[in-house]
Design a binder for this molecule. Structure first.
Ligand code: NPG
Length: 369
């Protein structure tokens, strides 16, 4: 079904975080988010671009994403309209820029699904109406501070804890969390590419703690080295940054570079590619889970829908809105019994609240087609 598009609004919002979030690649204190709103003959569609302020997690960054959308991706959309499922093919001649592409495709899918009265979850193939939620815990100044934070998240109901690690903050915090909260706690770690293969011996110390997985221990393009490391560790290796497409996922599985995949739709160019990764992983018996990038309610809604697919067998980084923001731009996602409900309304099932959105808006531009 072809949808005629009249234009796209690119809107920037500034969202202060409730607490600084530190990873091995930097500290976030506020989220500078690019929102995409498409206006089509079917109605409007919304999406959130996951690119961060600086190109540290990957090469994309929010000013660059807005630039490539304005100058290349939006002008490439055919004037007489297109099927939202064909967006990927239309944008394919432009290399990279997956986060920008993902936002444009998602907004067009949202418009189409809202027009058709179908939810994003139903369209993607969701198999449940709520998803179990984990929480990602940043690097802290001290172990007692970390234990307090983990205790509070467990009290809120989070069913799985992910600790950010880096050289100098790995075995000790993991041991402390295990000793304090016991062996039953679902626990995993995320290095964001902070180690090299020379650290193998050191990383084997983590094998004693019954972790669900170690995420992205080595550099993004170290696929072969990840395969070598995976042979030496008992802890399952999960890839995040290394997997930018279904082709990468297939290669990683074939190589033995990972036995679990963190699927972040923005990182792989959109929810349709994310579903392809889910399908490939499922066919190989490789579990996947849904990552997060400090999304507002708009991005969170789409992630929760994806996390409801049958192959997402591990809890995701699909935390409640208040994990990051005092006030969200949508109705907040609130944890109930450690789960979030999959939105059931048409499209993403949530919309920005106009007043909350205006309050945090820092700029808007309209690109007519
Ligand atoms: O809960 O939304 C969330 C964040 C989960 O740790 C998280 N995200 O490396 O997975 C990651 C990390 C991240 C955050 C990556 C921001 C990139 C940007």
């Amino acid at each position: 079904m072809r949808t005629k598009i009249s234009g796209v609004e690119l809107r920037r919002i500034a969202m202060p975080l409730v607490a600084p979030f530190r990873t091995s690649f930097g500290v976030e204190t506020s989220r500078d988010v690019l929102l995409v709103r498409v206006v089509t003959a079917d109605g409007e569609g919304w999406a959130e671009c996951a690119a961060m302020s600086e190109p540290r997690y990957c090469s994309e960054y929010v000013d660059g994403a807005q630039h490539v959308l304005r100058e290349f991706l939006i002008p490439a959309l055919p004037k007489d309209g297109l099927d939202a499922q064909a967006v990927g093919r239309v944008l394919d001649p432009f290399t990279g820029h997956r986060m920008a592409k993902s936002a444009l495709e998602t907004a067009l899918l949202d418009a189409r699904l809202r027009g058709a009265g179908e939810s994003f979850g139903s369209y993607l193939g969701a198999a449940r109406d709520r998803v179990p939620c984990g929480v990602s815990v940043g690097i802290m100044d001290s172990v007692p501070e970390l234990l307090d934070a983990v205790e509070a998240y467990i009290a809120e109901g989070y069913v799985r804890i992910k600790l950010k690690i880096e050289p100098g903050w790995d075995v000790e915090p993991v041991r402390a969390v295990r000793e304090r909260f016991g062996d039953e706690l679902l626990l995993q770690v995320d290095a964001n590419a902070a180690y090299t293969l020379a650290d193998t011996q050191h990383l084997t110390a983590l094998d004693d703690f019954g972790l669900l997985l170690i995420e992205q221990p080595l550099a993004n393009d170290d696929m072969v080295q990840h395969a070598a490391l995976a042979k030496r560790l008992r802890t399952p290796v999960c890839l995040d940054e290394s997997i930018e497409s279904a082709a990468h996922a297939a290669a990683a599985i074939t190589l033995g570079a990972c036995s679990v995949i963190n699927v972040k739709p923005a990182r792989v160019g959109g929810y349709l590619e994310a579903r392809r990764i889910h399908d490939i992983a499922s066919a190989h018996g490789v579990p996947v889970w849904c990552g997060g990038m400090l999304e507002t309610g708009i991005g969170r809604a789409a992630n929760v829908a994806l996390a409801a697919l049958p192959g997402f067998t591990l809890p995701g980084d699909t935390s409640g809105s208040h994990r990051y923001f005092a006030t969200d731009i949508t109705e907040p996602f609130v944890l109930a019994d450690g789960h979030l409900d999959v939105p059931t309304g048409p499209g993403l099932g949530v919309l920005p609240l106009p007043d909350a959105l205006d309050e945090v808006t820092t700029s808007r531009e309209w690109i007519a087609l």
